[in-house]
Design a protein around this ligand. Structure first.
Ligand SMILES: *Cc1c(COP(=O)(O)O)cnc(C)c1O
Length: 389
């Protein structure tokens, strides 16, 4: 059996896969089992923030794997405490809690928000408002938090205590808030929901309103964080400081990690035994994340992300079949008339690894992608859209 046959026989079909088995990669270039070359503008959904097998990252991870590969959270870890310090320093947050994925990071944020409110106001103030078209993860609770009906099926009973409002409508949010509301949870750019960038005014009004009522702001930066939008975290483009920030995808540079950062007033909400994760804060993963953060949290690096994004957007807008581009940094949604899933599959056949977001094509290239690689990506997209037009 080849890879595809084995996969279909032994792995549950929870993903509709492209017809490619990837074997290796370097930077923004990947190779399949037959040696075919691909430009990758998907980065494993924004995970490989420094591209495939960045030299410094490989060194950091390999060295840590050969030093101490895991220890339980009953011991102090140099790699984890260094990473936590850096994340706090670059965000203005005060403490970090470690997990292994975006969904877990959001679970932690939800737990902290509810416990803060429980400690201060009692048991009934536990509702969390989220936005329509949001995406917060695949656990039962983060599915409940996700503001899309398609995710609220089959797995009943879902977790209570979530309410959904339309994005960019501050009155709708104010109407939805009650004595029971403890938090509002949002992505400043909805990734899975279609690369929907929230209005800056809305985000600022939301922040003011929440601050007045001691309603916590949970900013889900799982997709938007770690330089993706040209700032270290995307909320830094919106002139707000959330109470809780969740981060995952690009943070580990390819290894599983999810963290929840909290503001000063929440630093002591979670006491001993209130949360735990066997793999959380794994030193090999944290060594990779430390390398990613050291590379990305740099003014020059971050401005290069925005410059590359501007360059890419200008090129995309020259393609006849492209109706519109929604973009911040290197988080890019491309509106086309053709079916986005068909277009993406054709792009892959033509050597471009690209993903979709609802009806849009989506690009999340490695932040280290070169101009020549961006040119090549745009060329393949242009050719493909012309073929299917
Ligand atoms: C991907 C994503 C998640 C879920 O992350 P997992 O690591 O798949 O659990 C949550 N929120 C947002 C905004 C995401 O993009």
């Amino acid at each position: 059996m080849n890879t595809k046959e084995k996969d279909l026989k032994y792995i549950m079909h929870t993903y509709g896969r492209y017809d490619v088995a990837l074997k290796s990669g370097k930077g923004a270039v990947a190779f399949d089992e037959n040696g075919k070359r691909y430009i990758d503008v998907s980065s494993g959904i924004g995970v490989n923030s420094l591209g495939y097998c960045d030299e410094g990252w490989v060194k950091a991870v390999s060295a840590q794997a050969g030093t101490i590969q895991h220890m339980s959270n009953y011991f102090y870890s140099e790699q984890a405490s260094n990473l936590a310090e850096k994340l706090c320093k670059f965000t203005g947050m005060s403490k970090v809690c470690f997990g292994n994925s975006g969904a877990e990071a959001n679970e932690i944020a939800i737990k902290i928000a509810r416990k803060y409110s429980f400690d201060k106001y009692g048991a009934d103030r536990n509702e969390i408002i989220t936005l329509r078209d949001s995406f917060h993860g695949r656990t039962v609770t983060t599915l409940s938090a996700t503001g899309q009906d398609v995710f609220h099926n089959f797995f009943f009973p879902f977790t209570d205590g979530f309410k959904f409002v339309t994005a960019n409508d501050i009155d709708a949010l104010k109407d939805a808030v009650s004595d029971k509301t403890c938090a509002v949870m949002f992505e400043v750019i909805q990734g899975e929901g279609g690369v929907n960038i929230l209005d800056k005014d809305y985000v600022k009004q939301l922040a003011e309103f929440c601050a007045e009522r001691d309603i916590l702001m949970i900013c889900d930066e799982v997709q938007t964080g770690i330089g993706r939008t040209g700032k270290f975290y995307a909320f830094q483009n919106f002139e707000i400081l959330p109470d809780l920030v969740t981060s995952a995808k690009g943070l580990g540079g390819g290894l599983p990690i999810g963290v929840c950062l909290c503001a000063d007033k929440l630093g002591d909400v979670m006491g001993i035994s209130s949360h735990g994760s066997t793999f959380g804060a794994n030193p090999v993963v944290c060594a990779g994340a430390n390398y990613v953060v050291d590379t990305v949290a740099d003014e020059k690096f971050l401005s290069s992300v925005e410059e590359k994004g501007e360059y890419l957007e200008a090129k995309l807008r020259q393609i006849k079949e492209v109706k519109n581009v929604r973009r911040m940094g290197l988080m890019v949604g491309i509106e086309i008339e053709a079916d986005a899933h068909d277009a993406a599959a054709k792009c892959v056949e033509n050597g471009l690894l690209i993903i979709t977001a609802k009806k849009l094509l989506r690009m999340l290239p490695p932040l280290t992608i070169t101009q020549a690689e961006l040119d090549e990506a745009v060329q393949i997209l242009k050719k493909t859209l012309k073929e299917i037009d």
